[in-house]
Unconditional design. Structure first.
Length: 471
């Protein structure tokens, strides 16, 4: 299971006291020396505890005085209720709306709350550039040659080594690299499904998954999903006789940011295995956790090879590099055949660059900084929405990832709000994008991967006022 460091445990305990109100703004914390004595830790460990808390904007250091609580308890908004999609599979995708929203990618004049990728400012661009140059110098043919079918060996070795952080025990030969996470999901769906088969997914869920399933002729059955804990297990059990495969984003998926508890993951894996139903696990956001340790994956509980674990660096390191992978278990040969037919090879240069970045240890250092930024961003968003959005607004409370789900008054249609906000240079992702059914019209997803600033706060404030005018 994931390793827990002492400084993280202590920092997490203090953070819990601050957020619960036991420690209040202005309260003085023990000195570094006192913290050492109280917990029997080294000076370096004590300093790391306070660095973690400072990074989360929970405490501040005052020269010659020590450390003080700086976090003010925000107004708490209610969490959206568990979704209630129809139990009948559907295929009515909101194509036009999706095209409109994703057509805004790259438009610098817009504030893109709608696109769920980290901003350039959150990425280690100089380090990546260095690795790309290094790869061109060292690879045969300067990286112009085909990579072996299964993918860059060094990259697969690095991914396998990192699997221990979430309870896995993968070997490099268990993995096949792909051109990004969606490519991995595509291979899995093609390998497992046939036109007319039923695939169970969360509701709401990333629209690309819905579009892919429909394009392959699959029928989509959306499962009731809680914004904190993911799919409702009782609902999954009821539909087992109807489904042929299942796809779940188990850790901080977009748009809800829910994280399935470990005991639920284990039960889902065992349940599906008993019914011989393969599980495609999309673990795109698992490394972007806000807590003290990375959550486990369903793959960690897979005893029979029926879980196909998919991920990539598209949300953590380099969206445009298109470096992804899958650990397909029993279905490796099917995936390899599909890759040969559809791709032949994965991108050589970017695989090598990412492999070297992982091997150097800089990836984990980058992730620590990025997680702190995203957690701080979430609190800034939540505070601003609580202050400026109309009464009755609800928001999810993600413990990781890049998404915040906002539920407005039933009278507000976020597809209309999208058009209004666009005139003010603001782009949002309306809730109807994340379902094939007639639901979530009053909801929207906001990306928290933008660098927080006063200008961003003003844009969010303006969005709240525009929503209020529609009631």
């Amino acid at each position: 299971m994931p390793q827990t460091f002492l400084y993280s445990v202590l920092a997490n305990n203090i953070a819990r006291l601050i957020r619960s109100g036991v420690l209040k703004a202005g309260d003085r914390l023990p000195s570094v020396r006192m913290l050492c004595q109280e917990h029997g830790i080294s000076m370096n460990t004590a300093k790391r505890v306070y660095q973690e808390l400072e990074g989360q904007s929970l405490i501040e250091s005052k020269p010659q005085s020590g450390f003080f609580v700086s976090w003010v308890q925000p107004k708490r908004l209610a969490v959206p209720e568990t979704s209630a999609p129809s139990p009948i599979s559907s295929s009515k995708e909101p194509d036009e709306l999706i095209r409109k929203v994703y057509g805004n990618m790259g438009k610098k004049e817009l504030t893109l709350f709608s696109i769920g990728v980290p901003a350039d400012e959150l990425l280690p661009l100089p380090g990546l550039n260095k690795e790309m140059m290094h790869a061109m110098r060292l690879l045969r043919g300067s990286g112009t040659r085909y990579e072996e079918l299964q993918g860059n060996e060094k990259l697969r070795r690095g991914i396998a080594a990192r699997s221990f952080s979430w309870g896995g025990s993968l070997q490099e030969d268990d993995l096949v690299t792909t051109a990004g996470g969606m490519n991995a999901l595509s291979f899995c769906m093609m390998a497992l499904g046939r036109p007319g088969d039923v695939i169970a997914v969360e509701s709401p869920v990333y629209p690309g998954i819905l579009q892919l399933a429909v394009s392959l002729g699959l029928k989509v059955l959306e499962l009731p999903t809680h914004p904190d804990t993911g799919i409702v297990l009782a609902a999954l059990k009821k539909v087992l006789p109807q489904i042929d495969l299942c796809l779940l984003v188990t850790n901080f998926g977009t748009p809800l940011g829910s994280c399935m508890p470990d005991e639920h993951k284990k039960e889902v894996v065992e349940l599906l295995a008993r019914h011989k139903i393969p599980l495609i696990e999309d673990d795109l956001y698992g490394d972007l956790y806000f807590g003290s340790q990375r959550p486990a994956c369903c793959k960690a509980f897979d005893k029979h090879g029926t879980v196909l674990w998919c991920s990539s660096v598209s949300k953590t390191l380099a969206p445009g590099y298109r470096v992804g992978w899958v650990a397909p278990g029993l279905y490796k040969e099917r995936i390899m055949k599909l890759k040969l037919v559809h791709a032949i090879s994965s991108p050589t240069l970017t695989q090598e660059a990412v492999a070297n970045f992982l091997k150097s240890g800089r990836y984990e250092h980058h992730l620590r900084k990025m997680r702190q930024v995203l957690q701080n961003n979430y609190h800034h968003y939540a505070d601003t929405i609580a202050e400026y959005f109309p009464a009755g607004t609800r928001t999810s409370r993600p413990q990781g990832g890049l998404a915040l789900w906002v539920e407005l008054d039933k009278k507000i249609d976020t597809a209309e709000l999208y058009e209004i906000a666009l005139k003010h240079k603001i782009s949002i992702a309306p809730g109807r994008m994340f379902t094939l059914q007639n639901q979530f019209q009053n909801c929207m997803r906001l990306c928290i991967g933008l660098p927080w600033s006063e200008d961003l706060r003003q844009k969010l404030k303006q969005l709240g006022r525009l929503a209020g005018m529609m009631r």
